[in-house]
Design a binder for this molecule. Structure first.
Ligand code: MF3
Ligand code: CO
Ligand code: CO
Length: 280
């Protein structure tokens, strides 16, 4: 029996639905494969994120890697987007468009990749530092990563979406950073962006109840300054209105009978710039 508000994913139409799809073991197996290829793509990119490299080169490397690995880049031609990854540098909050612009020493950059493998979507992003970065930038990245992980740790059957949002928001705001409210995580599976919306702020005990079989992303964006964002004229690039630095991490996760499974863990252990060995 499936509770009101939910739908068995195997019987659901192959599109976004207002009901939350509940997935079985086959979906989890598919998500594991897709998540792994996406995470391996981000691992592969790490040594290439250096001063002088254009973000379009990073996009080329990602596209070739995904295709060679038996996947299809989900963002390519998605709603008119023409690239494999989003590259969001410094004050860019998300959806930065790769182009012929070189990274420079001291930049921080989020690379977000989504792959489709056997119809399943693996969606993940990480921060990279270009050479040595300022301590306040490193701290923003560390706190954003920790915020995401605290949100993920709050996920288990019976918890509420508000528990997840509150865990993220509390950790970020404790450091006097702000959590972006204009973008959220999303259900995914055979569909790229599905319900529910995953807010990265909220109140404990509120929001949808978490149920085994739910699959979604957790992808908080955290700003050094205010939370307000502006959209550039290209229609994609979101920036902080006050031009303060912004960081983001993203994992795709599924709720199990006992807790949560992360589908997009880095096989190489490159979770944050601190652990990548590329900075001091
Ligand atoms: N990967 C992004 C997400 O986390 C979506 C990017 S859509 C694109 O949901 F079209 F900009 F690529
Ligand atoms: Co996402
Ligand atoms: Co993403």
């Amino acid at each position: 029996m499936i509770e009101a508000g939910f739908i068995n994913a195997t019987e659901a139409p192959p599109r976004a639905t207002p009901q939350i799809k509940l997935h079985g073991p086959e979906a989890f197996a598919g998500m594991r494969k897709a998540g792994r290829l996406a995470a391996e793509c981000l691992d592969m990119l790490a040594p290439h994120v250096v001063a002088g490299v254009m973000t379009s080169t990073i996009d080329d490397l990602a596209r070739e890697f995904v295709l060679a690995g038996g996947g299809v880049p989900a963002c390519l031609f998605y709603k008119g987007y023409r690239h494999t990854v989003c590259t969001s540098v410094n004050h860019v909050v998300c959806h930065g468009i790769p182009g012929p612009k070189a990274l420079k020493e001291g930049d921080i950059v989020n690379i977000d990749v989504t792959v489709i493998v056997d119809g399943w979507h693996g969606d993940t992003s990480r921060m990279y530092s270009v050479g040595g970065v300022k301590r306040k930038a490193m701290r923003l990245m560390d706190v954003t990563y920790e915020s995401m992980m605290r949100g993920i740790e709050a996920i288990k059957p019976g918890a509420r979406l508000g528990d997840l949002g509150a865990a993220i928001q509390e950790h970020a705001e404790r450091q006097r950073y702000s959590v972006v409210e204009a973008f959220c995580g999303h259900g995914l599976g055979r569909v790229f962006h599905d319900s529910p919306n995953i807010l990265h702020f909220g109140r404990r005990g509120q929001g949808e109840r978490l149920v085994p079989g739910m699959i979604f992303t957790v992808e908080p964006m955290v700003n050094l300054g205010r939370l307000d964002v502006a959209l550039l004229a290209d229609g994609w690039t979101a920036v902080t209105r006050d031009r303060s630095l912004s960081a983001q991490y993203e994992h795709s996760v599924g709720i199990t009978e006992t807790g949560v499974e992360i589908f997009t863990l880095s096989p190489a252990g490159l979770h944050t710039p601190h652990e990548s060995g590329l900075t001091d």
